[in-house]
Structures are given as structure tokens and as C-alpha cells.
Design a protein around this ligand. Structure first.
Ligand SMILES: Nc1ncnc2c1ncn2[C@@H]1O[C@H](CCC(=O)c2cccc(C(=O)O)c2)[C@@H](O)[C@H]1O
Ligand SMILES: [Zn+2]
Length: 346
């Protein structure tokens, strides 16, 4: 086995946490083609092979277009349950012990799925995943910013109404395009979500510059930043993120697939680590970007020149800055340590 193969084998069985992965963006080619076949009016291909081409993006706007065509395939609570359960199965196969899944409930309720049935579907799948696969799921409800303040209001209502709010909900986010969607307008909605006990984890600095990350920190009180890729353009921001221990949810392959970054070798992840920022590795929309969490760890190993201990450190970063309870964190970190020690034992 080459050294690279050896590291890949280590990654495959390393217990991991995934903090930045989208619900619909995790639908496997099999699920997407199954749903597309059920809804022949859709432009999404029914042949899993054809999906590779369909999932090749010219820019971020094209990606969102395609993403929404897949959202259009999810029409019933049963579709939601199946999707969520299958996503958990894919995570479990990669030894993901804990995942925070970003869900956009507004996109489903506006397409006519009943809000209560939607919450029941994700919760049923969460409980089944935990008991059958041992993977703990938590939810981040995100505002699709481009859909405006109506979407912000609806998302906030669904996240904070005690009669609706699902047990697994831990955080509140903001996704979609950043260009033309200023972050400060979402402050009142984040204030309400935070007051209701949710953590703030908006996307920022993915397709616009460091000023968006500052806005997310100042106005949305971000505790972690989704991507934060363009933070590298502002040394004062890098220092701030490091000093205040605001982690970045880095998704390397996503940034290439949406053309936010030109090549992996140009990805600023090295600058983030050099600046002392807590970095976590994530997959974003894995099947759409032809990746999975294990491949993202392999990319990180190459870009950061990491060995097994370094990779275990990255996995523990994610557990540490997750919104899991302390005993849960200790359990996974202990498992990571034991796995690594056994792997490295002579
Ligand atoms: N890398 C990413 N970076 C940012 N976001 C990402 C990423 N990957 C996935 N997303 C998701 O993209 C969606 C965007 C949805 C959206 O803009 C929109 C606009 C107008 C109407 C509607 C509708 O539903 O009718 C939706 C969100 O759900 C978000 O979770
Ligand atoms: Zn994302």
C-alpha cells in the first residue's frame, strides 16, 4: 500500500463529525434518480450516470438553479423521510458519528408540504438513524436569503414556535447566494432564533468578500462561519477569527465545484491554519460535488500535509466545536483517540 492509500484507509474508518452538510444537497444519485422518475415533469435526469453532467456547474448561480430543481422533486412528507433516512445511512457508512444537517424548511413548506408533517418526517428519520446506525443527527434550519424577508420570517417561525420546533434543532443559518443579499437585514430574525436558544451559523464569505464575514459576526452573532473562504483577504479578520475562536466550516471541493476558488491548490485553508483559526472539514453537498466527507479529509491531508495524528486532530476539532452535549463530545473524541492509537500501534 502506498502512503496515500494507507492514509485513505485510516480516514475511512476514522470516527468523524460533519458540521456543514445540506439536506437536499446530500441526496445520493440513486435517490435523486428515483425521485426524478416519480416526477417525469422534472428536468432532472433519471439516469444516475447522466447526473454527473447535470451536476457540473458553470458558476454559483447555476449551482443554485440545479439545487432548486432537486428541491422541486421533494413533494411529500414521505419523500422527506426517505431522503433524511438515506442521508443518515450514507453518513454512517463513512463512520460519521454526529452530523448537523442544514435543512431549508421554507423551501418545502412553500412547495406545499404540511409543516407538521415535515417536522415529523425529519424527526422520525433522526430517531431511526440513531437507533439503527448509531449516527446522531441534529438540525440547522437556514434562511434561503435570496427568497427575502418572507422566507426569513417563515424560517424563524418554524424554528422558534414551541409547537413546531423539532427536538433535534440546534442552530440557525443563512444560505444561498450572497451577492445582492446583504446579511444585516437578517439581524432581527437571528436575534429571535438566538433568544430561543439556537446557535448562529450563517454562510458567509463563500461568494463575496471578508466584509460579509464581518457582517455575519457583527449583525448575526455567528458562532461558526459556513465556508468563510474569502476571509483570507483580510488579515485583521483572520486574527479576529483566531482570537475569538470562531471556527470555519471549510468545504474544499464545494468551493471548486461552484467556482468560488479556482483550484484546490489555491484554496486558502493553509492560511487559516497558519493564522491559528479552528478549521473543520466538511462536504456541503457531497453527491452534487462528486465528493464525500472521507474525500474531503483526504484533500485536507494533502493540502495541509497531515499524518494520522493531524487528521485525528481535525476530526476532534469538529467534535469540539459542534453543538453536541459534553458527554457526547467526550465519547466521540475518546473513540477517535482509541482508533488512532490502535492504528499507530506497532
Ligand atoms: N454551498 C452552498 N452555499 C449556500 N447555500 C447552499 C449551498 N449548498 C446548498 N445551499 C442551499 O441552497 C439553498 C438556496 C435556496 C435559495 O437561494 C432560494 C432562493 C429563492 C427561492 C427558493 C425556494 O426554495 O423557493 C430558494 C438553501 O437551501 C441552502 O441551504
Ligand atoms: Zn453550505
Amino acid at each position: 500500500m502506498t502512503t496515500t492509500d494507507h492514509l485513505h484507509a485510516f480516514i475511512a474508518d476514522l470516527p468523524k463529525a460533519e458540521l456543514h452538510v445540506h439536506h437536499v444537497g446530500s441526496a445520493s444519485p440513486r435517490i435523486v434518480s428515483e425521485l426524478a422518475a416519480r416526477h417525469p415533469d422534472s428536468k432532472v435526469p433519471t439516469d444516475p450516470e447522466a447526473l454527473v453532467d447535470y451536476f457540473t456547474f458553470t458558476d454559483f448561480a447555476h449551482f443554485i438553479d440545479v439545487y432548486l430543481s432537486v428541491v422541486d422533486l421533494i413533494r411529500t412528507p414521505e419523500d422527506v423521510r426517505l431522503l433524511t433516512y438515506e442521508v443518515a445511512r450514507d453518513l454512517a457508512r463513512q463512520q460519521v458519528r454526529y452530523a448537523e444537517l442544514t435543512i431549508t424548511p421554507f423551501s418545502s413548506t412553500r412547495r406545499g408540504i404540511d409543516e407538521r408533517a415535515f417536522m415529523e418526517a425529519i424527526e422520525d428519520a433522526r430517531k431511526a438513524a440513531e437507533s439503527e446506525f448509531g449516527t446522531v443527527l441534529r438540525w440547522c434550519f437556514d434562511i434561503p436569503g435570496e427568497a427575502g424577508l418572507e422566507a426569513a420570517e417563515e424560517t424563524t417561525r418554524l424554528a422558534t414556535d414551541d409547537r413546531l420546533r423539532p427536538e433535534g434543532l440546534v442552530s440557525f443559518g443563512l444560505g444561498g447566494p450572497e451577492i445582492g443579499v446583504p446579511r444585516p437585514q437578517f439581524k432581527p430574525y437571528f436575534d429571535r432564533a438566538i433568544a430561543a436558544g439556537l446557535h448562529s451559523v450563517p454562510h458567509a464569505g463563500e461568494t463575496t468578500g471578508p466584509e460579509t464575514v464581518w457582517d455575519a459576526l457583527t449583525h448575526l452573532r455567528a458562532e461558526r462561519i459556513g465556508h468563510g473562504t474569502n476571509s483570507f483577504q483580510d488579515p485583521a479578520l483572520l486574527t479576529h477569527l483566531a482570537e475569538h475562536r470562531i471556527p470555519l466550516e471549510v468545504c474544499p471541493t464545494s468551493n471548486i465545484a461552484t467556482r468560488a476558488v479556482r483550484t484546490l491548490d489555491e484554496h486558502p485553508i493553509k492560511e487559516f491554519v497558519k493564522a491559528g483559526i479552528v478549521v473543520t472539514i466538511n462536504s456541503d453537498d457531497p453527491p452534487m460535488f462528486g465528493t464525500d466527507l472521507n474525500s474531503e479529509y483526504a484533500v485536507a491531508a494533502r493540502l495541509l500535509n497531515l499524518d494520522e495524528q493531524g487528521l485525528a486532530g481535525l476530526a476532534k476539532n469538529a467534535v469540539d466545536v459542534s453543538f453536541l452535549d459534553e458527554p457526547g463530545k467526550a465519547r466521540i473524541k475518546d473513540e477517535i483517540d482509541r482508533y488512532t492509537a490502535t492504528w499507530l500501534a506497532p
